[in-house]
Design a protein around this ligand. Structure first.
Ligand code: 3PY
Ligand code: MG
Length: 256
């Protein structure tokens, strides 16, 4: 099943979040029990080249490859799809115009203006015929517009109505900064949770997917209740720290 079809079926999908631009690290991350791996080019270290190479271990592990592009890099959204990403997350989509530019890069005509050339995506998905790829690509690729500012919240209805935008993805760190006018950064800020819930409501009412970056894994259930179905957990720093902590604790306990 594709990432898109699983989301459409109402599944809740967990993605790992990778910032280390190395296919060997991505191979290890993808081997864990996640549904997808997101390669982060915005704040993570991933580059064109590491995305091109890291999608291979993600596919080999049977996970869905997702890429977050840097701010405004809609050209990279098309490239990520050409490399084999099934979904792209675009940060700081703050207006309908941003959403339209993102959608244009993500979708082939008649919805958008994506240029033809799935040079890696097609062979990585078993080759096959270009005509059916073209026919199915718009439905099989998922575009997430990040909602993480007050401007984005204001433009939310227009963003959700933009053809070619399949969902929204909340960035709670940036959203908390906006919410408190620069006063703090706190992805779990209780004060904004009602609004965070209303964003998922509005997305779902518009027939669009809702995703969110989760800093406190214990809050996943709460976000699912709000209507979020794509939850991101990361990054490698956290995976390594938690793993090392648990390993050392076990070792020390065995000696005491
Ligand atoms: C945010 O929380 O602002 C994000 O962009 C998550 O990576
Ligand atoms: Mg952000």
């Amino acid at each position: 099943m594709t990432f898109a079809s699983r989301l459409h079926a109402g599944e809740t999908l967990l993605t790992a979040w990778s910032g280390i631009p190395d296919p060997l690290t991505v191979e290890i991350v993808a081997a864990q029990g996640v549904d997808a791996v997101t390669l982060d080019m915005q704040h993570g270290g991933h580059t064109d080249d590491s995305v091109l190479r890291s999608i291979v271990p993600v596919l080999r592990a049977g996970r869905h490859p997702v890429v977050r592009v840097p701010v405004g890099r809609f050209d990279m959204a098309s490239r990520a799809l050409d490399f084999g990403a099934e979904a792209v997350i675009a940060p700081m989509v703050n207006s309908v115009e941003d959403a339209q530019s993102f959608a244009a890069a993500m979708k082939y005509p008649p919805i958008g203006e994506r240029s033809w050339g799935p040079t890696f995506a097609l062979p990585r998905n078993g080759g096959g015929d270009s005509k059916s790829w073209l026919r199915e690509a718009n439905a099989n690729t998922v575009s997430f517009a990040m909602i993480e500012t007050r401007a984005a919240l204001k433009a939310l209805d227009g963003i959700l109505e933009t053809p070619g935008i399949d969902g929204i993805f909340v960035g709670p760190a940036d959203f908390s900064i906006a919410w408190t006018e620069g006063g703090t950064v706190d992805s779990t800020l209780e004060d904004m949770m009602e609004t965070v819930a209303s964003i998922a409501d509005r997305a779902n009412a518009a027939g669009k997917h809702a995703g969110i970056f989760v800093v406190d894994a214990g809050m996943c259930g709460r976000f699912v209740e709000m209507g979020y179905r794509f939850l991101a957990l990361g990054t490698e720093h956290k995976y390594m720290a938690l793993g090392a902590e648990s390993l050392l604790k076990t070792a020390r306990n065995s000696m005491s």
